[in-house]
Design a binder for this molecule. Structure first.
Ligand SMILES: Nc1nc2c(c(=O)[nH]1)N[C@H]1C(S)=C(S)[C@@H](COP(=O)(O)OP(=O)(O)OC[C@H]3O[C@@H](n4cnc5c(=O)[nH]c(N)nc54)[C@H](O)[C@@H]3O)O[C@H]1N2
Ligand SMILES: Nc1nc2c(c(=O)[nH]1)N[C@H]1C(S)=C(S)[C@@H](COP(=O)(O)OP(=O)(O)OC[C@H]3O[C@@H](n4cnc5c(=O)[nH]c(N)nc54)[C@H](O)[C@@H]3O)O[C@H]1N2
Ligand code: SF4
Ligand SMILES: [Mo]
Length: 756
């Protein structure tokens, strides 16, 4: 991974509040720099509007159609749109002037900053330069490779969560028509643990809370393992609304993240001139991966209180009618000693009891979480324990209550709904096969980690990526790069150049596509696409800008042309590409909840998908009941002299897309090579703030190194540290994954520091 030559990091005190005037100014500066004034205005005013495009940033939901403001976006949404709508271009001269080696020496920030890809590019075996290739040659080359494989399972089709429902649907159809379920996606590294835990316990792999549950109903909102001020900024507006009607907020996080402490709403005058709203009522600085122990502790207190005054705490009617496994779960809480709970969580019994008081005082509770929970070895168990916690007081299936995993990419949830999953259930495959008259493969395919293993072992010929940045986003960068190099062909459908395009197979293709912001004209006229947000709202997104180059094609068109090259027009590929409502028509027959899709999506603001547990306390689990589970607390054993490291996002990045080198709220500017550590841990290592260290991860006798990080003394619990991904992915062992979801454990890496 390239070291950032630009790095000259400066450190100041972390901010106590987020947003407010600086954020508005940053958003505008940023947009103007990338797009100039005219394009900035036309782009920003279309974000998240009913007739505009869905923000290409995160998956936070939009307010109802009539309740949106004129600027329904945050600073980071503006950055995401501007980054895509930039005027900068990477054209054939750019590639002619730079070898692959030279491009590899550039940082992630530098690569994407060069601008939008403009035409298909090809890298021949042994070549050092990408050269132009026609669309038809590129499609034929790909089809030729796919046809010559000895088995369809020698291809893998990766998806990043920005793909629209329509693109995702035709893409999974292509893979399955070819005969493979090898559909790894970014979700495997993201909320897979949430999906696994929720499917097992409540029968649906996604959240069951709506936006108005947060804004209008919940009396207590728990936010754990999430940094919304940076990663879901408009969530803070919703939390502010909740706060103003009297909701309490408990934050559980090893880092005191800015927006959660105090929030200045940039869209309200009081936010701009005043001190803003203090959002968090109780802050629990949990140890990294201590949440399972913490929730075991809270549940233990609830059980103790219930047993001392029967009928005062638990919702016995709900438990009796809708749940199973209750007694077995109680036994775990009885058996787990306080010493274990306090040691693993890093939170005192007194503080856990105070949190339990908040819970007992609230008639409705929502728990929100993101990557701080899902990317640990025991992530699935932790989320199941959160479900236990909610079930105890019937906090599911009524207003203001329930589990709410906050999703990452803008359409990652929709992609799953459309069938992007290596193990879609037979019910889906049955309907897909019936709709298109073919027999989809039934054997489960490879997820992300297994795809890397298969490539490493020489079992994959063609790696195809619909967006994303596979080599940078996945664990064990060196292993993944070497694995990609073993493929015969790597194909990337992308908007911008990134590191994955430089760690290629024997041959490689770059296929430049339209982005969310751009007009999509097909033979039947201008097209729109649809997306699903974190709260199961499905709605339309219409690009408005002129495409960045006349050669760009839509993702749907690229996939359908490949389908046609492979199979002729057997499934109606050309009709689907010509008119996306044909795809929506198919979706309405195949995907549950999409009945009458073509008509319903025309409603301003779209429609909400059915969610059994939310809508009517229906739990389609193995037993038809909501399931209490046994989750005895554990945590990684960190040897003496070592720290547990989490890898996080700065305020100036979207995953592997690095917009800039600042992390304003954490007081970091002009660099990313920093390590946040507790001051006492630094002292114990005879280090001080400002010292430079190398970071060595140790796992099963193996060592991996990330060099040259500046230590920053930071308020995080003893024994815990943090640095930024994607750079830190060199430290994450491929085989270190969560039990039950195979998600890389990128928030609990055992490391030691070595002074440079
Ligand atoms: N601007 C911007 N927006 C984004 C993204 C982006 O990169 N930039 N990425 C998008 C994507 S794909 C996703 S998945 C989301 C990610 O959204 P987040 O999950 O908020 O992202 P992270 O930066 O990984 O932050 C993890 C948070 O969890 C905390 N944490 C870490 N470990 C633990 C733990 O063991 N326990 C607890 N309680 N907390 C812990 C960290 O301190 C940090 O606050 O954001 C989406 N939105
Ligand atoms: N260590 C560590 N690793 C992590 C994480 C972590 O917290 N720590 N988080 C994980 C998570 S939550 C996620 S979701 C993954 C993200 O993994 P990915 O989704 O694979 O990565 P992104 O950085 O979101 O992908 C960025 C690239 O997508 C392309 N792109 C952007 N817009 C479009 C578009 O409209 N169409 C197409 N075709 N391409 C487009 C651009 O070329 C850009 O370079 O990373 C994971 N990796
Ligand atoms: S909160 Fe997320 S979806 Fe909303 S504008 Fe910001 S980045 Fe976009
Ligand atoms: Mo994500």
């Amino acid at each position: 991974m390239a070291v950032n030559d630009e790095d000259a990091v400066r450190v100041s005190d972390p901010k106590k509040s987020s947003v407010g005037i600086p954020a508005v100014r940053h958003a505008l500066d940023y947009a103007l720099g990338e797009m100039g004034p005219v394009r900035s205005v036309s782009t920003l005013r279309m974000i998240n509007q009913v007739a505009g495009f869905d923000c290409p940033g995160c998956a936070w939901p939009d307010p109802a159609a009539g309740e949106r403001s004129h600027a329904e976006f945050c600073e980071n949404g503006a950055k995401a749109a501007a980054w895509e709508a930039t005027k900068a271009r990477v054209d054939r001269d750019f590639f002619a002037g730079r070898t692959i080696e030279e491009l590899r020496a550039m940082s992630d920030h530098e690569l994407e900053r060069e601008g939008r890809l403009t035409e298909p590019m090809y890298l021949a075996p042994g070549a050092q330069h990408y050269v132009p290739i026609s669309w038809s040659d590129a499609i034929q080359l790909t089809a030729g490779h796919l046809r010559s494989m000895s088995s369809p399972n020698r291809a893998a089709f990766y998806t990043s969560g920005r793909a629209s429902n329509e693109a995702a649907f035709v893409y999974q159809l292509l893979a399955r028509r070819l005969g493979t379920n090898n559909l790894p996606d970014c979700s495997n590294m993201c909320h897979e643990s949430s999906g696994a835990a929720l499917t097992e316990t409540i029968g649906i792999g996604k959240g069951v809370v709506s936006l108005d549950d947060i804004t209008d109903h919940a009396e207590l909102i728990v936010i754990m393992g999430q940094n919304p001020g940076t990663n879901h900024p408009r969530m803070l507006s919703a939390l502010e609304t909740a706060k103003r009607r009297g909701a309490r907020i408990v934050t559980i996080n090893p880092l005191p993240e800015a927006g959660l402490t105090r929030f200045k709403n940039p869209q309200k005058l009081r936010g701009i001139v005043g001190a803003g709203t203090v959002l968090t009522d109780r802050y629990l600085p949990v140890r990294l991966n201590g949440d399972l122990a913490l929730f075991c502790g809270v549940n233990k207190v609830l059980l103790e209180r219930e047993e001392s005054r029967p009928g005062s705490v638990f919702d016995h009617a709900f438990i009796a009618q809708f749940c199973d496994g209750f007694d077995e779960a109680c036994q775990v809480w009885r058996d787990t000693p306080w010493s274990t709970i306090e040691t693993l969580s890093g939170i005192s019994r007194t503080d856990i009891e105070a949190f339990a008081d908040d819970v007992i005082g609230a008639r409705s509770v929502i728990v929100c979480w993101a990557m701080g929970i899902t990317q640990h070895r025991n992530a699935v168990a932790t989320i199941r324990e959160v479900v236990n916690f909610l079930l105890l007081r019937g906090n599911i299936g009524r207003p203001g209550a329930g589990p709410s995993p906050i999703r990452g990419h803008s359409n990652v949830q929709g992609d799953r709904t459309m069938g992007i999953w290596e193990k879609m259930p037979d019910s889906f495959l049955d309907r897909l096969g019936a709709e298109f008259s073919f027999e989809p493969p039934r054997a489960h395919g490879h997820d992300t980690v297994d795809t890397i293993r298969a490539m490493r072992d020489g079992d994959i010929d063609v790696f195809f990526a619909l967006g994303g940045n596979f080599v940078a986003a996945t664990p064990d960068t060196a292993v993944t790069a070497a694995a990609l190099a073993r493929c015969a062909l790597t194909v990337h459908v992308a908007t911008k150049l990134n590191r994955s395009h430089l760690h290629h197979g024997r041959e490689a293709l770059l296929l430049p596509c339209l982005g969310r912001t751009e007009r999509d004209l097909q033979p039947s006229g201008e097209q729109f696409v649809t997306v699903e947000d974190s709260m199961s709202m499905v709605h339309a997104s219409r690009g408005r800008l002129e495409p960045g180059s006349p050669e760009l094609r839509s993702e749907v068109q690229i996939v359908c042309e490949l389908g046609q090259a492979l199979f002729g027009d057997d499934l109606g590929w050309s009709d689907m590409a010509a008119d996306y409502s044909v795809i929506r028509h198919h979706i309405s027959h195949v995907v549950e909840g999409f009945e009458d899709f073509v008509a319903r999506v025309e409603r301003p603001g779209g429609f909400t998908l059915p969610r059994g547990p939310h809508d009517g306390r229906v739990f389609p689990t193995a037993t038809g009941k909501a399931r209490f589970t046994r989750n005895p607390p554990d945590a990684p054993e960190v040897p003496a002299g070592h720290l547990l490291l989490q890898t996080i996002r700065s305020h100036d990045q979207f995953n592997t897309t690095v917009y800039g080198l600042d992390d304003r709220y954490r007081g970091i500017s002009a660099g990313r090579n920093v390590l946040f550590v507790n001051a006492d841990d630094l002292a114990e290592h005879s280090l001080a703030d400002g010292d430079m260290v190398d970071l060595i991860s140790v796992w099963r006798g193996e060592e991996r190194v990330l060099r040259g990080l500046r230590c920053v003394a930071y308020p995080t619990p003893r024994g815990c540290a943090a640095t930024y991904f994607p750079e830190a992915n060199v430290l994450v062992p491929l085989d270190s994954t969560a039990v039950g979801s195979n998600t890389p454990t990128s928030k609990s890496i055992i490391v030691r520091l070595e002074r440079r």
